[in-house]
Design a protein around this ligand. Sequence first.
Ligand code: BG6
Length: 456
Amino acid sequence: MEQPRSDAFIFFGATGDLATKQTWPALQALVKAGRLAMPIVAIGRKDIGTEAIRAKAKKSLEDTKNFDEAAFAKLSEMLSYVAVDYDDPKTFDGIKKAVGSAKRPLSYVALPPDLFEKVAENLAKAGLAEGGRLVLEKPFGHDAASAKALSEALYKSFPEEAIYRIDHYLGKEQVENIVYFRAANPLFETTWNRDNIESVEITMAETFGVKGRAEFYDKVGAVRDVVQNHLLATVACIAMDLPGERGYSALREARTKLLAQVKKLTTDDLVRGQVKGYRDEKGVADDSTTETFAAARFLVDSPRWQGVPFFIRAGKSLAVTATDAIVRWKGVGHVVLEDAKAPGQNTLRFRLGPDNAIALAANVKTPGEPMVGNASELILRASAAGALKPYERLFGDAIEGDATMYARRDAVEESWRIVDDALKAKTPVYAYDEGSWGPAEAARVAPVCGWANPQK
Ligand code: BG6
């Protein structure tokens, strides 16, 4: 059913790091595409004024090499700034004034999560909740109980249908492509099960550390920062049963159903690591045991995936920045091969970032008499032209009232359920060198063939 479009964009956290990297570029792109012609109200605590926020937005766009003069001029015209005190509901009246006659404002909240409830409440008091939408940045809670309590608290101001929980991986073209690829290629989909698949492996590697975000990160760690959300959402896209009908609620339902089938992570199946020097970062506790690296083995309790391990690894300060999801088929080479080592295995590798590719590994004979060969990859690389960046996609969808690419309440709570106990058990953290592939102990939870390190 067609949903009414939002008619104002209220942006909390407009001076933060995420705003520079993601939000301003996305808003400018939407303006350029003619999809964002409405008041845009940036909010902050300091009374810096509209000219200052325009200058900040411009600088962000220039720094990230996204500046587009014509589009920015339009954006600038629609943009205003309002200072609020989160503890004083009356200050939210200034926002109401700034959105003018808008009746369905979308509020995007990129603030520390402990402010979510207060912001929602104050929006409601200022008359900005009715007919409006509330888009919330991650993390949504820090465990299943807090996520549940947060949803309940938000319902006092916004109904569930109006709440959009961001997991920007769900907005990635590359992640959506996993679902498309499965649905459009029966050759693979018909073998996408425990009879044929040996394992699934996802590595999200980043060369950079916690960069200026240490204070936030030290309370969170790798599992809460990217595994509980981005990587389990990716697992859901890989492993869910494709829904029997089109439409967003069916896809969300399928992803959630899969997450509900993932078994709780055990402490034996989790290895945490911390990069050497992390404790010297400003904002990190001297005795911090927060992990900057995690490797884990998950199992899905469903007839389709019984016994198939899902390996996940994520870390900061690793050797490369790249995310690969690999589906590995069972099998060894046929007896006619002379090459005893011939693996006979096929894999499908989805490159989820920073570039976009799908690679099928197959074994090909080396020219000459012997029946020997090598694994090679057939690489499908879609042109990036026309691809929407995740935040552009997500904001555009929320403005239209489409929540397909957002995480549903129960999916978020299921994801927390999966990792909660293992995280609370405070397993050891093993030190690793910057620029490595994490601590040697990660081998304990690796696939039989060892971890596959993404190449640049
Ligand atoms: C964010 C995490 O959600 O995702 C960051 O908080 C991480 O720590 C980032 O670096 C990675 O996103 P992407 O799209 O660059 O893979």
